[in-house]
Design a protein around this ligand. Structure first.
Ligand SMILES: Nc1ncnc2c1ncn2[C@@H]1O[C@H](COP(=O)(O)OP(=O)(O)O)[C@@H](O)[C@H]1O
Ligand SMILES: [Mg+2]
Length: 508
């Protein structure tokens, strides 16, 4: 070999070595003439072991017996691209490979052998297997999850739902995938509104609402309440292409919460009833006396018109007052649907005072009302806020067994830190000059069943219900107290901003 030829050979061998696929060449007699490093790795044979050996004695494959591609290529002179066979390695394992076989020609274009270029498919097969495994695992996780997981694309079509989702909705996966979420799973009365909100969300018109609650519609027509956590799905360019949501069925929890609030309400009603009865009884007894007197005079024909009309008017006034008190008590006792609406806080304070007021005067307590007439509205459940105020006012009166002063004040409070947000709020202070709360109890006030009152006087649920209601309103409640001086409860509720409300109260 000339020096030049030797260099070329070395150069070619280097190339062969550096190639990622296995490369094997044979001569016309099917003797192996080259075998690169990758070929060693795939087959397990060393080059020294195979060089000059008949390829059939080394790399047996199913094809060796039937039509040998190497022979075919050498006969026809045409390459065979990308076929798959299993070759047997040195250790006897079968390895699937993808092979391209091409003829080798001499400089005068005669076929002198063939070259096989093969890739180990187990690496890829393994990858596919792994992917499949991962997908199954992910599916399993999705299905084990105790929450509903549902993905909806930009058009509102369900693209993924887990087993829990199917269970809650009462459909099979097949009945859900590819269907319109809004038409199938949203109660009719909310459908249009939520569809519109979703379209706005997809169009990027407003910020994603991460956590919210709403009702869904099941196959059997039930409407469970779901607490959702929502994530926007975006494509590589950042465009919104759908949502992925997890949701927990909180219907039961909601019911228990409502029941607790209701039973607490009953207990404060019990406390209010005594004073209300007292308040109503006195004027009624007075009116009774007048009525009897009138009847007597009427019978004996001595009823004079002079003074009578004045007395009748007085009676009418008293009757109106008692009716109002009773109506208020009944209103308060009534079970109301939770409804959020813009509320004038001063009106809620007056409504609470109308019921607690009797108790206050009975207990020798002065009422000091400082209501700011210029308060902005807050978004709230009127009945629930009334209940909060009554609970705190009743506690205050109970803290002043020997009388004192109850101050109710309302303020505008801007820039108040609630959670990790700064909000403009309306603040309601309820201050008493009562026994106060020892420091060690301050942290326990809002825990259920914490009470310092004797049996029958309190069960310790009032403030925990108060706390629950204020939390639901995304508000805040603070307490400051000094033993023997008194206690102040401050409630903060966010000011209702009509424009802002449009954005944050949109629901799916
Ligand atoms: N204004 C107050 N002054 C003194 N202590 C109070 C006041 N409000 C609440 N507390 C304390 O908090 C406890 C819990 O109140 P609450 O949850 O309403 O339950 P209850 O009134 O049934 O005891 C009361 O037992 C009392 O010790
Ligand atoms: Mg109480």
């Amino acid at each position: 070999m000339t020096k030049e030829a030797e260099l070329t050979k070395e150069y070619l061998e280097n190339i062969l070595e550096s190639m990622e696929g296995g490369i094997l060449t044979i001569d016309k007699n099917r003797r192996i003439t080259s075998f690169n490093h990758s070929a060693e790795e795939i087959t397990g044979f060393k080059r020294e072991e195979v060089l000059n050996k008949d390829c059939r004695s080394i790399l047996k494959s199913d094809n060796c017996e039937r039509a040998c591609p190497l022979e075919e290529v050498m006969e026809t002179g045409k390459p065979i691209f990308n076929y798959e066979i299993a070759i047997t390695t040195k250790t006897g394992d079968k390895v699937p490979v993808n092979i391209t076989t091409s003829p080798l020609r001499s400089s005068d274009n005669k076929i002198i052998g063939a070259v096989e270029n093969f890739r180990d498919l187990t690496k890829h097969k393994g990858l596919w297997g792994k992917l499949r495994e991962e997908r199954n695992k992910a599916q399993q996780y999705l299905n084990i999850a105790g929450v509903i997981i549902v993905a909806i694309n930009k058009e509102g079509i369900i693209t993924l739902i887990n087993k829990r989702g199917c269970d809650v909705l009462g459909y099979t996966e097949d009945e859900l995938i590819g269907k319109d979420w809004y038409n199938l799973c949203v109660p009719q009365k909310y459908r249009e509104e939520r569809k519109r909100d979703f379209e706005d969300l997809m169009a990027g018109y407003y910020k994603n609402v991460e956590d919210y609650e709403n009702t869904i519609l099941t196959k059997s027509g039930k409407e469970p309440i779901i607490a959702w956590h929502n994530t926007l799905i975006r494509d590589d360019d950042g465009h919104i292409i759908g949502t992925l949501s997890s949701g927990a069925d909180i219907t039961k929890r909601k019911q228990t919460e409502e029941e607790l609030i209701r039973s607490e309400k009953m207990s404060s009603l019990g406390q209010l009833a005594a004073s209300v009865v007292h308040e109503v009884n006195n004027p009624l007894a007075g009116i009774m006396i007048y009525v009897k007197l009138f009847l007597k005079k009427f019978d004996s024909g001595t009823l004079q018109s002079e003074g009578t009309d004045e007395q009748l008017l007085k009676m009418q006034k008293e009757l109106e007052r008692t009716t109002r008190i009773i109506r208020n008590l009944l209103d308060f006792a009534r079970q109301s649907e939770p409804t959020m609406a813009p509320v004038e806080i001063n009106r809620a304070v007056e409504a609470a005072l109308l019921l607690v007021g009797n108790q206050i005067s009975l207990e020798n307590i002065n009422l000091d009302k400082k209501l700011n007439p210029e308060l902005p509205l807050v978004l709230a459940d009127f009945d629930k806020i009334q209940q909060v105020l009554i609970n705190i006012m009743l506690n205050a009166t109970q803290a002043m067994p020997d009388g004192g002063t109850l101050t109710i004040a309302t303020y505008v409070a801007e820039g108040v830190q609630i959670g990790d947000e700064t909000k403009n709020t309306v603040r309601i202070d309820i201050r008493d000059t009562g026994v106060g709360i020892p420091k060690e109890n301050l942290g326990k006030l809002f825990t259920p069943f914490f009470t310092t009152k004797e049996k029958g006087k309190g069960v310790g649920l009032g403030l925990s219900v108060v706390h629950g209601i204020i939390e639901k309103h995304d508000g805040k409640i603070d307490v400051t107290s000094k033993p023997d001086e008194g206690t102040t409860f401050s409630i903060y509720l966010e000011v209702w901003d009509e424009k802002e409300a449009e954005n944050t109260h949109r629901r799916r």
